[in-house]
Design a protein around this ligand. Sequence first.
Ligand code: ATP
Ligand code: MG
Length: 284
Amino acid sequence: MNLKLAIQKSGRLHEDSIKLLNDCGIAVKSGGNHLRAVAENFPLEVYFLRDDDIPQYVEDGVAHLGIVGENVLYEKGKHVEIIEALGFGKCRLSIAVKKTDAYNSSDFLQGKRIATSYPVLTQKFLDKNQVTAEIHEISGSVELAPGIGLADAVCDLVSSGSTLFMNGLQEVQTILKSQAVLVRQLELDPELEKIVSQLLFRIRSVKKAKNNKYILLNAPNESLPKIFELLPGMKSPTVLPLADEGWSSVHSVLNEDEFWEKIEALKNAGAQGILVVPIEKMIM
Ligand code: ATP
Ligand code: MG
């Protein structure tokens, strides 16, 4: 029995989705013109679909799992469960107005026309702020709408903001922060549940490895107690004697978030020749 996973056919989430599977040791060839690919070494079939359709397919069980942006997921409001945030496809859904407009609060939008591909999320934002505005749903190139007189404002996806800028718009308020997530059908056959757990275990190991670095350093033995305090590692750090009398080599794992801070502290504690290496997988 194969687990069926729906991913975007082409677009911003496609490559990162394939890469995640490959990093998990699952060999899937990228879409091309195919609708479906079967993994060579894991009980998985991958379906290549428009991202808008993925929540529905997962709700219906045509696919058991899907990778989709939170923005699309919340807009569609389908009954699926998020099982893991994937850390790619990061963007935000924001209100933008003309550069020349002075926007102080959502009251600015009162009675205005807003162009968006996200009518549900936009309406929720307006309701929450007790603003009445006209929503014009358009499916693409939303940023052009104010320039051609179709709308006064937009509610659109932004990552760098350069598309808005080039179209004479300014981002004024974020209504949702989004990233790609792995979603699942609510009810699954026990055999499929097992494959989901295996896949999730691999995804988490890959994610953990990305957030951690392997560190090697040399230090005089009298500095070791201080250095051990700074290095939590997966257990205690590994210590090997150097050929130089009175010196040791210390190996450990550092979290990305506290990385620079720790490096600084390690140097101050007497560490030298610090090497930092990426980790491919981290099995806890
Ligand atoms: P499809 O043909 O599958 O419907 P699409 O044109 O709707 O594709 P893309 O533009 O490829 O979608 O974006 C897919 C997802 O990537 C978005 O829904 C969002 O979650 C994420 N994303 C990340 N950064 C951005 C960005 N700057 N603009 C748009 N989407 C982004
Ligand atoms: Mg789409």
